[in-house]
Design a protein around this ligand. Sequence first.
Ligand SMILES: [Zn+2]
Ligand SMILES: [Zn+2]
Length: 180
Amino acid sequence: MKIGILRVGEAPAKVLERLLENLSGVFPESECQLISVAFALPNQAFDKARGQYRSDIILGVVRDYAYKTEAFNRVLGVVNVDIYVPGLNFVFGEAECPGKAAVISLWRLRPEFYGKPPNFEVFVERATKEAVHELGHTFGLVHCINPFCVMYFSNSIFETDRKKSLFCNKCYSKFQMSLV
Ligand SMILES: [Zn+2]
Ligand SMILES: [Zn+2]
């Protein structure tokens, strides 16, 4: 299993490197790699009135790449802009369930977004949780009712902080089954 991290727009290298390390820890049987090509944010995804980007359109860009390349079984797009889907104020990420493509946004993961002092470790931890969550969807996992499981749906940063970056036992066995 090979997981590629794809920068879409201006995601900072420092956080991508840490994300890579952490994903290798959560998915030890897979090889994680930074994809050297970077994609621009699709202009048509930007909603001027909201000042946000449509995550489904960005996911489309990641999906196009994910199905074209044979180098990766999963591709995780990372953006540094605020994203949404129609009907929701914002999303932390979106993924095919199941599929090969996922996307996460770093925008609402920094403590500064909530008026708190910057904390890189907290930021990286949050990005890891959202990345594992969206990748979990690509393995066909749905939302879990266990608030500490990474597959719990976070509607707020509080819920992201409360959950762990790992699958609960039930989700982990579903994940294992998806691999066979
Ligand atoms: Zn989800
Ligand atoms: Zn679970």
